[in-house]
Design a protein around this ligand. Sequence first.
Ligand code: GDP
Length: 192
Amino acid sequence: MPPLPLDFIQSADDLRQLPATKAEVTVVGRSNVGKSALINAIGNRKRLAHVSNTPGRTRLLNLFSIGEDITFVDLPGYGFAKVPESMRRDWQRMIDGYLLGRENLVMVMVLVDGAVGPTNLDIQMLDWLRAHELPHTVVATKHDKVKSSARNKRKRQVAEKCDLEEGDVIWVSSVKGTGIDRLRSLIVHWVA
Ligand code: GDP
């Protein structure tokens, strides 16, 4: 499947600024999980989403269009160690508000760092999504960083920690392109 035609629409720090959309797929993950790199890989664009770990820049909701019918939403990364507690609470409120408030949200992609495995924050996010019965898919990033000899074991561990079957976790590498095509097909399939 060719790259998805991702185009930046707008950033927002308030849910009320968001336009009505037909169907939304969103992506969440802790900071540094490889979210920007993955968005760029899906669109086959070098700097569409800044590969940046600066808290100020990643605090907003970023909206992209994929063709006419799909909106792709990049939620702020959670779990920055360096930000004040009050700011973290504001982000959490915005993320929760978004996830609970968007009528046309069809899928939440939860990124976990494949090189380090799911963190407690990732598991909390999954528990929260399950408690609210929101559709979600776990995507494990940085496949290329896991040694091939360790891959089978790591795949089992990631699935187990997330309480999923191994086949339910989508493994990707934005650097090598592994799994990107499959993810593109899934995005199109989710909104169909
Ligand atoms: P974000 O904070 O979640 O947006 O994470 P970034 O996309 O900025 O990536 C964080 C770090 O992980 C950067 O140093 C990236 O170069 C690196 N990274 C992201 N994806 C991959 C990948 O697939 N493979 C490898 N080896 N490194 C990656």
